[in-house]
Design a protein around this ligand. Sequence first.
Ligand SMILES: [Zn+2]
Ligand SMILES: [Zn+2]
Length: 139
Amino acid sequence: MTTDKAEQRLESRRIQPTAMRLRVLRYLSDRRVAVSLSDLEHHFSHADRTTLYRTLKTFQEHGLVHQIYDESGSTKYALCTEDCTCTYPDDMHAHFYCSSCENTFCFQNLSLPTIDLPDGFKPSYGNFVITGQCPDCAA
Ligand SMILES: [Zn+2]
Ligand SMILES: [Zn+2]
């Protein structure tokens, strides 16, 4: 992702494009897998943890990224599609957690089947994760 594109992406979600936010966004978009706060800390070793955490939270609050909870125990974040509103069930999709390399993949185009919940249950968010082995680890 170019800096221009990253800037547009932030502005389209009403996020003020600071240098740090641009760098984090570009990192997220370059990675094939979802990232955790500790991935960010390793990559941006000069930035402090609080700044990185706040950056992720801002992205999440503005619908630029969504959270994924997998068996690794640390929350992962993946970029949303440009038209994503993170609503249930329209923007819910499948994720895959590889228990060997502990990478989590976000499959935006694999939408979930509609689930008829019992009366009275009002869903707001769904977190769908399949666990197993990714192609690299299964080979
Ligand atoms: Zn793997
Ligand atoms: Zn996802």
